[in-house]
Design a protein around this ligand. Structure first.
Ligand SMILES: C[S@@+](CC[C@H](N)C(=O)[O-])C[C@H]1O[C@@H](n2cnc3c(N)ncnc32)[C@H](O)[C@@H]1O
Length: 225
């Protein structure tokens, strides 16, 4: 990592992936290791998997890795997953930050979904676009790849849009989510209450540079727990 190089964003504080331990019982999914793979999509905070299951069924030409860290939600997700035969979906029970650091190589994701993240109104430094980790996430995205963020909280969206422009320097588009959209459980709930939801689509431009473009996680010895 060369801290003095010019990067494509204005994030000063560097994320420190080397300080994170690998998730418990970690192993890299076969889809990431295989050579001849479908475009890889990552969903962070998949909840009970409504979006993950329908996205995978509707996009057999893509492979979705959907991560959820809360046990009861992940169990509800895998129960539904086990009732279907979707070989282009990999559900992962883990914290998305440590898992992404250890599993995802640079420039390997075609898109990333973060749908209705926890609002973190009292802890704004935990909002995804305020975190130094967001730079690492951008390093894992291919050129032309997209990050799709949705929320029902206008202040969250305003901040995300502001950070996208001034801090991360990414081309982006902000839209209102259609009232009949039903991608996730939270989206269904908010729209049924008549709330407005927003979506921000950010694109990684050609030549975008981060500190982590050639950073690879150390191999994890599965025999050491
Ligand atoms: C408000 S819920 C939304 C769930 C789903 N996307 C939906 O729209 O129905 C946010 C989810 O993100 C998960 N989450 C938050 N931070 C996470 C992280 N670092 N890694 C994995 N999951 C995370 C939470 O456990 C929670 O289930």
């Amino acid at each position: 990592m060369n801290q003095t190089e010019p990067y494509s964003h204005n994030q000063k504080r560097a994320f420190q992936p080397e300080k994170l331990s690998a998730p418990r019982n970690f192993s890299i999914p076969k889809i990431i290791q295989s050579d001849n793979k479908l475009p890889l999509i990552l969903e962070i905070g998949a909840g009970k998997g409504k979006h993950a299951l329908s996205f995978s069924a509707e996009n057999p030409d893509k492979h979705l890795i959907a991560i959820e860290r809360t046990r009861n939600k992940f169990e509800a997700f895998t129960k539904l997953f086990n009732q279907q035969s979707l070989d282009n979906l990999t559900p992962i029970h883990a914290d998305a930050i440590a898992w992404t650091v250890y599993a995802i190589p640079p420039s390997s994701l075609a898109s990333i979904y973060i749908l209705y993240p926890n609002p973190e109104q009292h802890n704004p430094n935990q909002q995804w676009l305020n975190m130094p980790f967001f730079e690492f996430l951008l390093s894992r995205l291919q050129t032309g790849g997209e990050i799709v963020l949705a929320t029902n909280i206008e202040a969250y969206m305003d901040n995300a849009e502001q950070q996208t422009s001034s801090l991360w320097q990414l081309p982006h588009e902000r839209q209102v989510v259609a009232a009949e959209s039903q991608r996730t459980h939270f989206e269904v709930k908010y729209l049924a209450r008549g709330e407005r939801c927003w979506q921000l689509t950010m694109t990684k431009p050609q030549g975008y540079r981060t500190r982590f473009d050639s950073w690879h996680a150390p191999a994890v010895d599965k025999d050491i727990k």
